[in-house]
Write a protein that binds this ligand. Sequence first.
Ligand code: ADP
Length: 228
Amino acid sequence: EQFAYVASHDLQEPLRMVTAYTQLLAERYRGKLDDQADKFIGYASEGALRMQVLIKDLLAFSRIGRNGAARGSVDCNAVVEEVVHTLASAIQESGAVVTHAALPTVWADRTQMAQVFQNLIGNAVKFRRKEPPLISVQAEKADQHWLFRVQDNGIGIAPEYAEKIFVVFQRLHARTEYAGNGIGLAICKKIIERGGGKIWVESQAGSGSTFKFTVPLHGPDEREGMRL
Ligand code: ADP
């Protein structure tokens, strides 16, 4: 984790040089050399920009929880509604319908819970089939934790990839097919596990996915059935 932080942090500086100078080359020399040169400059700038995004993602991943989590009472209804608002344009474009049952108030870091829901709901919208996505968020109380479910009717995931997708930069599709860097689920996993929970997926290729995660109950009140 620390390696990821140091590496990504220190890589930014030289990369800034590479991006700045490839951009300069592109601006000054596009159309002045031959076609091949234009193409090469284009590839170099694209590669540098892409690396910037990857480093930024890696940094974001390694920074999770570096300053500890700011835990408090978090109303998940409000968080999910906010996330739906943030994702409004993707939701509208795809014709997605996102529903949520009455969700609990949990003891967690609000920003981090929002990140988890945003990644899961965002993925449910993105990895859709032809028909509009139907996404539901539900939660139920188990012995020692809340069990959340984010369910979609999308492309699904073959069971053999169920664990792989939670690893940094692991994805099952080319970026030309579905945009993304493969960091979202790694971030979710880190947040949930740091909070003492677990996250996994239940799915079959072609028939939708259900992402499940747990958030431990906090204190005797919650364990005895009272809302926080
Ligand atoms: P990204 O969305 O940037 O690809 P993630 O870490 O969020 O990265 O997801 C990793 C991979 O898991 C995705 O590339 C995709 O193959 C698979 N995946 C995630 N969510 C879903 C989903 N709801 N339905 C189908 N596949 C999914």
